[in-house]
Design a binder for this molecule. Structure first.
Ligand code: NI
Length: 177
């Protein structure tokens, strides 16, 4: 990927294709990437999210941000990350800015180890638990083309079918325009 037009980046919603396929590695941490991260931060904070992955801004790159209190000061950037979950599984309610109106119980591991590169090009490794571990697993899913919709059970999917249909219709009419 050579050029990213950060001005054109906006939140993508299910069933956008970019949310459903694995993203590509970031090759160079350049001004394009810095602008993309700025734009992603704006989108995340405006929507009061605690995390956002590049595909959610319409860009198929392996990059996500997390800010557990949804503040600009605490935004962390994870470029080409690997996330290794560990410990027990725990079920908890999750939402996703790309699947508005749907909150569902998702099983995640209680702990995770993340290795990633930051915006200065430095690689780092961290141990996470609690909300941080959950957010890392959720955002890592996004760069693998997975959303909470494929993590929720059949009953939840049936329970949310009207909202899913609404999102699909909105997507189809936007694409028909
Ligand atoms: Ni999400």
């Amino acid at each position: 990927m050579s050029e990213i037009d950060a001005d054109k980046c906006g939140i993508t919603h299910y069933p956008a294709g970019v949310l459903a396929r694995p993203a590509e590695p970031v090759e160079n941490i350049d001004d394009n990437i810095r602008l993309l991260v700025e734009k992603m931060t704006e989108i995340m904070i405006a929507n009061k999210g605690v995390g956002l992955a590049a595909p959610q801004a319409g860009v198929a790159l392996r990059l996500f941000i997390i800010s557990l209190d949804s503040s600009k000061e605490n935004v962390r950037v994870f470029i080409n990350p690997t996330v290794r979950p560990s410990g027990d599984l725990e079920q908890n309610e999750e939402g996703c800015l790309s699947v508005p109106g749907i909150y569902t119980k998702v099983k995640r591991y209680k702990k995770a180890t993340v290795t990633a590169t930051d915006l200065d090009g430095n690689e780092f490794t961290e141990e996470a638990d609690g909300l941080y571990a959950r957010a890392l697993q959720h955002e890592y899913d996004h760069i693998e083309g997975v959303t909470i919709l494929s993590r929720m059970g059949a009953a939840a999917r049936i329970g949310h079918r009207r909202q899913l249909k609404k999102l699909e219709e909105k997507h189809n009419s936007a694409n028909a325009r």
